[in-house]
Structures are given as C-alpha cells and as structure tokens.
Design a binder for this molecule. Sequence first.
Ligand SMILES: [Zn+2]
Length: 110
Amino acid sequence: MEKDCLFCNIVKGNTDTEFLLETEDVVVFKDIHPHAPVHLLIVPKRHIRSVNDLTDEDRAIVAELLMTGKEMARRQHVAEDGYKLLFNVEYGGGQRVFHLHMHLMGGKKW
Ligand SMILES: [Zn+2]
C-alpha cells in the first residue's frame, strides 16, 4: 500500500466508500464524477501505478479486472445495450489517480 494513494486508502476501508463488489484481489465502487448513468471503477487491491507498470506476473489480475467488468455490466443491467471498459494511462491519457483502475461506463447512448 502507498500511504498517500487515494485508492489504497479506499481499498483498506479508510474512507466511507461503498463497495458494490469485493473479492480477494479486486474492489468495485462508483466513480465520484460519473460520466454515465452507470460509471464504476474496478480496482486491484494491490498498488500498481498504471498499465505501463504491469508485468508478466500481473496477467491474472488484468484478466480479473476484465472479467469483473463483464460481471458488473450484467449486474447493472447494461450488458445487453452495451458499455465501455476503459483504462486511462498516465496523465496524458486522462489518468488522474495513479493506482490502476478500469472504468465501466454504460446506460447512455454514445
Ligand atoms: Zn494505491
């Protein structure tokens, strides 16, 4: 855990953030600045800065993020209409919290 990392603190339960799902390796919560009716963040518990920092050992967690996104889309009833799964990578790619996370956005027409 990185002491000053917002998402590490959320993962550790140091905030009042409500988890829609928690597994051994991943948590899911709502984006506080939603860009769609359904806008969730799927976040590994372990601190990884960004996609750029992923290594071969992280293949399993990457797969879990994707499969969790798929499952949450189903639970949020946006799976059939369609949705986005998105990684913003580093500042130039729109990343603002430097703890790896995947956005799930759905419930509107793009
Ligand atoms: Zn972190």
